[in-house]
Structures are given as C-alpha cells and as structure tokens.
Design a protein around this ligand. Sequence first.
Ligand code: ATP
Ligand code: MG
Length: 409
Amino acid sequence: MSIKAQKGTKDILPEEITNWQNIEKIAYEVFSKANFKEIRTPIFEDTALFERGVGDTTDIVNKEMYTFTKSDRSITLRPENTAGVVRAYLEHSFYRESPPIKFWYKGPMFRYERPQAGRQRQFHQIGVEMFGVEDASADVECIVLATEFLKGLGLNDLVVEINSLGCSVCRKEYKEQLKKAIAPFLSGLCEDCRNRYEKNPLRILDCKNETCNKLFEENHLKESVSGIKLCNDCATHYEKLKSYLDALNIKYVENTFLVRGLDYYTRTVFEIKSNNLGSQNAVCGGGRYDGLVETLGGPHTPAVGWAMGVERLNALIPKLEAPKIDYFVVSDNQVEAIKLVDKLRKNGFFAEFDYTSRKFAKQLEKAAKIANYAIILGEDEIRNNYLTIKNLSDSTQKKQTFDELVINN
Ligand code: ATP
Ligand code: MG
C-alpha cells in the first residue's frame, strides 16, 4: 500500500501557495509597521515548558500533545507558540531591555485532535506577543493589529468578542458561585468537566461537548451566575480597554462567558469570530497573561498576545490565481534557448523554456498555460539576431532584439 499523509495533516500544494504567501506578506507588512519583530523558535521543546506554560488543566496538555522521549528527555511538538516565545524571551534576557518587547511569529503547531473541517493535527498559526506593558493600551495595540491584519486580507465582517477574567482575587468568588450552580448536575457532565470542577471550574464554560452544553441550558447555568465581579484595579483596566477601543472605532461585543482554553490568561481575553465557518468559527484567540513569564521562572512581566489559525483564515479568503511567468521560450535549439532564458532571468524576468525541443505547436500550448508571452527562437531569429514575441492573451506578434525587449519593459 502506498504511504499517505497522516490523518489531520495536509500538503499545501503550489496551486494553493499564493494564498499562503499573500497572508504571510500582509502579516509582515502590518506587524512591521507597528514595530513587531519576527521571531522563529524551535518546533519541539521540553515537555515541561507546555505542562507549566499552557497548564495541566487544559485539553492541550491533557490530551492533545505529541510527546516522545529521546535520550531520556521528554520532548513535545509545540501545540502553540506563546510558551516557546516566553522561553526565548527569558533565555535571551529580553526583560533587561526597555519595554515593550514586541514579537510576531508564523509556523506549524501540533495537536492530537479529532480532524474535521477547520480542525487539523498539524495546522498553522500566525501570532503576536507583547511584553512589558500593563496598561490596556497594549491589549488594544494587539487587537488593532489583528483587525488591521484581517482588513488587509479583505476580511471585514468579523466579530470581536471581549471579556475580562480579572485576577485570581476576582475569580475566587466567581469560581465558588459557578461550582454551586453546577453542583446539582455535575454528575451528568463529561469527564473533562468533572475534572475541571475542582481544578479550574471556569474552563467548564468553554466545554464543546453537546451533552454538557444541553445541561447548561436546561439548568439555566448562564442566567444563574453573575459573571466575574472585577476588583477595582481589574475593573479600571477593563474600562480603559473599552475606552481605547471606542476611541479607535473598533466594534466589539462583550461576552461574559468568554473564558478561552488556556490556563494562563488574566484580565483581557478576546476572540475574533466569523459567521461563515460553521462550528469551528474562531479565527483568532488571545488575551493578557501577566503571570506566565513568572510561572516560567522569569521576573514579573505583564504580557498580551493572540494567535490566528491560518487554515481558517484561508477558508474565508477567495482563492488567488498563481501569477504567470513573463516569458516562455519556444525553440528547438536547446543551447540558444537556455542562453536566452538565463539572460532573461538575469534581467529580472520570470522565464522558462521547453526542455525537450518538442514540436513548436506543443511548446506553444504549454506556453499559453503558464506564461504571458512566448518568445519564438527559430532558425531565422537565431541567424538574424532578433526575437519573435507572441502575446499569449491576444495572439499578436512582434519582432524585437533582446535589448529592445529589455528597454521596453
Ligand atoms: P478552538 O476553540 O477552535 O479549539 P482554541 O481555543 O483551541 O480554538 P487557540 O489555542 O487559541 O485555539 O488557537 C488560536 C487559533 O488557532 C484558533 O482560533 C483557531 O483559528 C486556530 N486553531 C486552533 N486549533 C486548531 C486546529 N486543531 N486546527 C486548525 N486551527 C486551529
Ligand atoms: Mg482547541
């Protein structure tokens, strides 16, 4: 049996690559304007980084990690990139530099999930992380970066949802309230939720299990809890966030039940959703993680960031055609053809020739598929040192020397 790509992984073929290149180009342009610098961290890390950094009550750490042992070391393929970026931030002592420190990244992530539309096992994220600023202006900078990036991709009809999870003090009372409300139907919830009940009851609100969601509705869970009651500092931070968003005319919806899947978030959390993606409707998720740098052994450092799923972005963007090359050289003289193609490329053109000296008709057929112009280089052209250039969209032809061709373009 022939070997196939692994379940939940996909080849990104040349016919799709224009979209990917376009997304990455726009990311680079938008983030560079805001002075975010690209960082590339390794695809595999010490397993402990994710256990500590993502959190041991998360689905990611409990069920979704690709972990293996090499030379007695437990290694994991990164399921997300915030932990890796924080590790690099610490390892290279960026905290000694004057804040803010602003990074962006792109690359593959790995999660052992049930593959379905919009959900793969190897997928790609583009994300930003910003270190050193506690003020909500950093949260807004990140949200604006996300909306500008999406606008750059032609995606305007997306909804920004925001919430504040407060700090551990604010959450304490809410956790008790939630637990009280959930207790009567706890035994009917999924195993994950029953585990979360003691460890991190907030995460129960993020459960995707249908039975659980039905039980929440039947028991009016959302109506029976008040939402997090923020302490003064957290409330001020959240009010500031909203006033900055208003000042920049960024529309948002407050969702008091937005909790996000990772353990490390504090205060601001946000998601950007599309109505055109079915049930995997989130393209972007992020928030503030003021405790993470410390958790991973560094000094207390406020930080905020987000990640977007590139496959989900791609599903919302029309397919771009790959650009055609400029010239296809049609000739039965291989040496002259290869010399001409070389000269064209050195002058900045995209050029190819037919490597087989097939009949001119066949070569022209190929040219019409991949190039804007064919350059016919027959016996007469070679002897008299000119080129016959055929415009492949309107079939007009003209004769030019090589120098004329270069000057006229
Ligand atoms: P979801 O709720 O859809 O599982 P998540 O909360 O696990 O998302 P994050 O870890 O915040 O997602 O990742 C940010 C973004 O990465 C998501 O909004 C989504 O667009 C994308 N993403 C996450 N997991 C996958 C996956 N398995 N396949 C494709 N894209 C993914
Ligand atoms: Mg998930």
